[in-house]
Design a binder for this molecule. Structure first.
Ligand code: FAD
Length: 389
């Protein structure tokens, strides 16, 4: 039997995240305290080619698998959850390009994004529609040989730092709210008027205030596939698997801190098992269930991608929604359990065992597209579903 941590993961062959994880960990406390962008970690991601990793190899990326990306997201999440969320959110957009923007004029843009290690943000929610990402009020409007788009976005993570903001909008001013497209708004052709602050409980380094976004860009920047297809095939499953992996990283960090505390208690009472050890054993049950849930759904998504199908089944959509519901609650349970185990040291802000940042971050997942919205979507899906999710 070895004494290795259950949270250790093998480094995926193609993606070396060592420097990015180290940079993220070193700056995590300051990023949280100052609610500032984790620029050191993102610079290290760029330097290691991690931002282009999910883009297609024949357009300058590395066609990394969702499982490889999830490994890195988890490591980053354990080091600094804001840096992890930036990585995860970026790749949900990059994967959308990989699967839906490789042909026609938009392919040149995908290549440029890969070659420049560009950072992609997303604006899917809107003041008028809240977390209902499947409908938009704003619309793409032709303007000479360009298009214009104006969106009132309640939240755009790292919007001020991104090279492109991938924005959902109605296809045209005449289109119904659900007939949406995805538009890549380049930083140098987009005006961002900040409309709110980002002074939040957790995920403070994602720097996600509201913006009035105005862009005038080329019609080639509209992804030529309906957003409903992009969402079902890529955006929703990649978000829920990669976000869940970051949140699992938060749980890893909490368990690792708890383990150090239990070992230190054991050293103080040689020959006796400290009472905290039983709590740690219980905590590992929750953690293992969390890990299994992410691993199972990653496999499900890999299988779906390998099938080459365009449209996932209803059962797949429910499973991906369940992953988000499950992991967004599991992360709170694990961190809260770790806090109960570490006692006053975990409660202190100035102790190595502090759970403060992890606990605050752990409450973000439930509102990051409200769980109530996801339950409401599931309640519609189950009416048409005859299998077992
Ligand atoms: C850290 C973080 C980063 C984010 N980054 C981005 C980003 O980069 N880009 C982006 O577009 N968005 C992002 N979001 C998501 C965005 O903040 C919210 O999903 C969006 O602003 C909606 O906010 P809301 O929860 O107030 O609105 P709503 O979704 O309207 O929810 C408001 C309330 O209404 C209730 N509710 C709504 N609908 C239902 C229903 N059908 N049934 C029952 N109850 C319901 C919910 O319980 C909720 O309490 C991010 C969120 C977080 C936490």
């Amino acid at each position: 039997m070895t004494t290795e941590s259950t949270t250790e993961l093998a480094q995926p062959a193609g993606l070396d995240s060592t420097a990015a994880v180290a940079a993220a960990a070193a700056a995590a406390a300051d990023v949280d305290r100052e609610a500032r962008f984790p620029h050191e970690a993102v610079a290290a991601m760029r330097a290691a080619g991690l931002l282009s990793a999910s883009l297609p190899a024949d357009l300058g990326g590395r066609s990394a698998s969702i499982t490889e990306l999830a490994h890195v997201a988890r490591k980053l999440g354990a080091a600094c959850s804001s840096a992890g969320m930036v990585f995860a959110m970026h790749h949900t957009q990059a994967l959308s390009l990989r699967f839906h923007a490789t042909e026609g004029p938009v392919a040149a843009l995908t290549r440029r994004i890969a070659e420049t290690e560009a950072l992609l943000a997303s604006s899917t929610t809107e003041i008028t529609t809240g977390g209902d990402t499947g409908s938009s009020t704003c619309a793409v409007v032709p303007d000479g040989d360009a298009i214009v788009l104006e969106k009132n976005a309640p939240v755009i993570s790292y919007g001020a730092y991104a090279d492109y903001i991938c924005t959902t909008a109605r296809r045209s001013a005449e289109s119904p709210p659900t007939d949406q497209v995805l538009v890549l708004c380049p930083q140098d052709e987009t005006e961002l008027e900040q409309t709110s602050q980002w002074d939040t409980l957790g995920f403070r380094g994602t720097c996600s205030p509201g913006f009035l976004l105005r862009t005038r860009t080329s019609p080639d920047h509209v992804v030529p596939v309906p957003y409903s297809t992009i969402s079902a095939h890529t955006m929703l499953p990649s978000s829920h698997t990669l976000w869940g992996s970051v949140w699992l990283g938060i749980a890893d960090a909490a368990v690792d801190k708890a383990r150090v505390q239990v070992r230190s208690a054991a050293r103080r009472t040689p020959g006796q098992t400290p009472p905290q050890a039983a709590k740690l054993a219980d905590l590992l049950v929750l953690h293992q269930r969390f890990e299994s849930s992410v691993a199972t759904e990653l496999r499900r998504y890999e299988d779906f991608l390998a099938s080459g199908e365009d449209e996932p089944t209803i059962g797949f959509a429910i499973a991906m929604n369940n992953l988000k519901l499950d992991t967004s609650l599991a992360v709170v349970d694990v961190v809260a359990g770790a806090l109960a185990l570490t006692g006053i040291n975990g409660y202190r802000e100035d102790h190595a065992a502090s759970m403060g940042r992890l606990l605050r971050d752990a409450y973000g997942p439930q509102v990051m597209v409200s769980n109530d919205r996801i339950r409401a979507n599931n309640s519609k899906l189950v009416l048409a579903y005859r299998g077992r999710a």
